[in-house]
Structure formats: structure tokens, C-alpha cells
Design a binder for this molecule. Structure first.
Ligand code: DOR
Length: 429
């Protein structure tokens, strides 16, 4: 089976490539990337006027299966990913049961093969049941295909446990993904603490709730010579600490989510519960600092923190609503519309942060258009304009703060292992 993606502008950061070229796919693998390929037996997919990239990889997704299938499951979550231009994702372990042993990790991988439409890599928990007390069997988790460990959704408040996890994970060369939140500082908080929380009368979550834990984990990672990866970083102070730590050689990586790059705490004034997310939408100053760090290497990747919820979890007063944004289907258009089109982020950098960077980080043989690699390809239509309509999401979670906005720049096609799975935002398998 041959597929020829013809005439698109190929952007492949791993190969420093930005030119009009064809991509030949054979038996699910990339074969050739060059201008003017002539292959009479191949099926042709014309990508003229479009941007052809390696498939996007999202290392931070909540698929909710097993246990919370009323919010999302592997079938719906991977369809949302495909529609949103993602070909691979890593799923967080805050399921029920928690991914804290090989049986649950095996289950996820099997279900993904049976019901999923993109590649799924499970992330195991740092501690059993994510209770922060006892480290999970990391060797078993890695043997079952987990690419990292994290208690995401919850911080590991016990520094000794975190230190041991950082020491132990070195054996497997996997990151410990830290959800940085001092729960004493964030308790009962609903939004970023600052001018707008005072104005709106909602209890704030101070930047310090994130930053004290980032500071702690950087010290622990340095002492343990372990690898800490910070999930969804959101403040200027966090960024500055990571920048300094990288400079002195600490093994640290981090990700930022599209909503923390494009939305500020001001919009919480709508009292729309879809703006409630943890960590909260921060100040304009924080957002500008995060954006500036996208191009200087301090931020390693962009990850959605896709957190779908059922209707009732958000259809209530702001203080009672669940935290989270269902973001897989708007990540790419939000970034293109708000950052790339206005010239605040180079397209090459956006693609780098969503392809080769996460792939290299987690040692996946994806994220680049290299002959012999699996043919995962994302094709973008930079000029397409569409209104965000959550009711049309593949995700079960309709909780999305971009709803109703017209965004310019959308995924046009998603190809996984050589198979076209989504075209113009619709699943085709
Ligand atoms: O807003 C959030 N929702 N942040 C998290 O860290 C967890 C997530 C969830 O699981 O709903």
C-alpha cells in the first residue's frame, strides 16, 4: 500500500526542512521526502496549499478509561485526538483503578489497539493509588509500556517519596512528571490569585502554590540526579527557576498547555465554568513570559492537559465545578490563530514543540519525517476558518472555553501509521 502526499509545504524541524515537497508512504512507513516524487501505483493525497508536518504528539491527556467512561474513553479520546491533528498521545494515570500496576497499563494498551485510532502510551503513577504514600512498582510499569510516571491531578506532597521516585526512575531513564501544587496554598482556590480574583470575588490560587513545589522538586532532582518533568507550568516564576536550573545542568524538562499560552485570568469574569482549570489561567504577565520562552529552549513541549468532564460537572456554580478543559480539538487552531498568525510564534517552533521534542524526550521513534519511521503525519490548513462548536467534538467532554470563537488555521488531515484517519476535522475510518 502506497500513499503519496503531494505538493505540500513540508515542515519537519528534526530535519530543518521547510520546503514544498512530496512524502511517500509505503506499508505504514515513511519512504521518501523530496520534491517531484513520481509513483504511479500510489494513492495520491494532494496537499497543495497545506502544511505537511510529522504527526503531533501530546504527552498530557486524560482518557478517563478505566473508571470514568462517562467523561471520556479511549475510543472517544483518540478520535478527538485524530480530529485535532494528533497522532500519538500519552495518557495520565488518574483513572479508576489508577495505572499503578502492569495489569492496568496492559489494559490501556490493549483497549487502545482494539478501540483507539491513534497511538497511545500510558503513563504510570508515581505512587500506589496516587495516594502519595508508597511508590508504585516502576519496573512493572515500564515493562508494561509506560513511558513516564506521574501522579498528575495530585501533587506528591511528601518530599521523601518524591526524592525516592526521582532516584529510582534513573534506573529506567524515564521522567517523573510533577504536578506542582502545594495543596495547603491552593486549598479552596478557584482561579489565579491577583487583581481579577479580588474583582470577581473568587478565592485565589497564588503563583506560589506552583512555585514552591517547582523549587522543591528542582532541589530534589538535583540532589538525586533524577529527571523531573514539570507538567502544565503556568507562572513566570516557575519559568525563571527552570531556566536557571537548566543552566546549571539539572535534568529538567517542562511543558505548557495551549490555554496557558492563549488565555488569561481576566476571562474568568464570565463565570463560565469552562475557564476553571488547574493550574488556573494566569495573569497577562505570566502568559507573555510563557510565550517568550517557547522559542528559547526553556519550554520543551506543548501538551494539552486534555481534561474532559461530563456536562453536570461543569453545569453548576463556579466554586462547585470540576477543574479541566477538553482541549484536544482546539489546541492546534488556538495556537495557530492566537500565536502563529499574529507572528508571536514561528510555525517551525510550534511544530518542533509538538513533534520532535516530545518524541525525543520520551524516546519514541516518531515526530520526524525520517525514512523508516512510522508514517504519522499531520496536515494543516492555515487558512481554514471555523467556529469552535463543542457539541460537534468527538470528545465526550464539551468543556471548552474557546467555544463560539472563530479560529483561523485547523488540522486538515491526520495520518497514523500510513492510514488517513481524519480529513477536514472528520474521522474517515
Ligand atoms: O484541570 C485539571 N484537570 N488539572 C489537572 O491537573 C487534572 C485534570 C483532571 O484530571 O480533570
Amino acid at each position: 500500500m502506497k500513499l503519496l502526499v503531494k505538493g505540500g509545504r513540508v515542515i519537519d524541524p528534526a530535519n530543518n526542512l521547510d520546503e514544498i515537497a512530496d512524502v511517500l508512504v509505503e506499508d505504514g512507513l515513511i519512504r521518501r521526502v523530496e520534491p517531484g516524487i513520481n509513483e504511479p501505483e500510489a494513492e495520491i493525497l494532494s496537499a497543495e496549499g497545506k502544511v505537511v508536518c510529522p504527526g503531533f504528539i501530546d504527552i498530557h491527556v486524560h482518557l478517563r478509561e478505566p473508571g470514568y467512561e462517562y467523561k471520556e474513553d479511549i475510543a472517544s479520546g483518540t478520535r478527538a485526538a485524530a480530529a485535532g491533528g494528533f497522532t500519538s498521545l500519552c495518557c495520565m494515570p488518574n483513572t479508576n483503578p489508577v495505572i499503578d500496576n502492569n495489569a492496568v497499563a496492559d489494559f490501556i494498551r490493549r483497549r487502545a489497539q482494539e478501540t483507539g485510532v491513534v497511538n497511545v502510551y500510558p503513563i504510570g503513577s508515581i505512587t500506589k493509588k496516587q495516594e502519595g504514600q508508597e511508590i508504585s512498582e516502576m519496573a512493572d510499569l515500564v515493562a508494561a509500556g509506560c513511558v513516564a510516571v506521574s501522579d498528575d491531578g495530585r501533587p506528591v506532597m511528601n518530599a521523601e517519596i518524591m526524592r525516592r521516585a526521582l532516584e529510582y526512575s534513573r534506573i529506567f531513564n524515564i521522567p517523573v512528571i510533577a504536578h506542582c501544587e502545594d495543596v495547603n496554598l491552593s486549598e479552596d482556590g478557584l482561579m489565579h490569585e491577583g487583581y481579577y480574583s479580588t474583582l470577581y470575588g473568587l478565592k485565589g490560587i497564588p503563583a506560589a502554590a506552583e512555585e514552591v513545589m517547582v523549587a522543591r522538586d528542582l532541589l530534589l532532582a538535583e540532589a538525586a540526579q533524577g529527571w523531573v518533568h514539570f507538567a502544565h507550568i503556568s507562572t513566570r516564576g516557575t519559568l525563571e527557576m527552570i531556566r536557571q536550573a537548566k543552566q546549571r545542568g539539572v535534568r529538567v524538562t517542562c511543558e505548557v498547555s495551549p490555554h496557558h499560552l492563549t488565555l488569561t485570568d481576566e476571562i474568568v469574569g464570565s463565570y463560565d465554568t469552562d475557564t476553571k482549570v488547574n493550574p488556573p489561567l494566569r495573569s497577562q504577565e505570566d502568559v507573555l513570559a510563557l510565550r517568550a520562552a517557547l522559542e528559547n529552549g526553556v519550554i520543551d513541549c506543548i501538551a494539552t492537559d486534555h481534561a474532559p468532564h461530563e456536562f453536570e460537572a461543569k453545569d453548576c456554580e463556579y466554586p462547585l465545578a470540576a477543574f479541566g478543559i477538553s482541549g484536544l480539538e482546539t489546541a492546534v487552531p488556538a495556537l495557530l490563530n492566537d500565536l502563529v498568525h499574529p507572528g508571536k510564534l514561528e510555525l517551525m517552533d510550534m511544530v518542533r514543540l509538538m513533534t520532535v521534542n516530545p518524541a525525543r524526550m520520551l524516546n519514541l521513534n516518531r515526530g520526524a519525517l525520517i525514512p523508516g519511521y512510522p508514517a504519522d503525519i499531520t496536515i494543516l490548513d492555515l487558512e481554514a476558518e471555523k467556529t469552535v462548536e463543542p457539541n460537534q467534538f468527538y470528545s465526550k467532554g464539551k468543556n471548552n472555553p474557546y467555544k463560539g470563537r472563530i479560529l483561523r488555521g485547523w488540522p486538515w488531515a491526520t495520518i497514523v501509521d500510513g492510514q488517513v484517519v481524519a480529513l477536514e476535522g472528520k474521522l474517515v475510518i
